[in-house]
Write a protein that binds this ligand. Structure first.
Ligand SMILES: [Cu+2]
Length: 69
């Protein structure tokens, strides 16, 4: 199990929060996803054997948000 904090631009409200968390949780291997709107990041817990950070970032990008790091 790994934890990664990903910084994302463009998440402004609870709709964004739900969209990003929902998309990440739909990925196989993601155990938990929690968006922090005030700090503009998302904390993801995932199984590194099933999903990569690149895939997590790609999923966030696909939702229309700008992944910073
Ligand atoms: Cu929003």
């Amino acid at each position: 199990m790994k934890k990664e904090t990903i910084y994302v631009d463009g998440m402004t409200c609870n709709h964004c929060k739900a969209a990003v968390e929902g998309a990440l949780k739909n990925l196989a291997g993601v155990v938990a996803a929690e968006v922090d709107l005030s700090n503009k990041n998302v904390l993801v817990q995932y199984e590194e054997s099933k999903v990569t950070v690149e895939q997590l970032k790609e999923e966030i990008d696909d939702q229309g948000y700008d992944v910073k790091a």
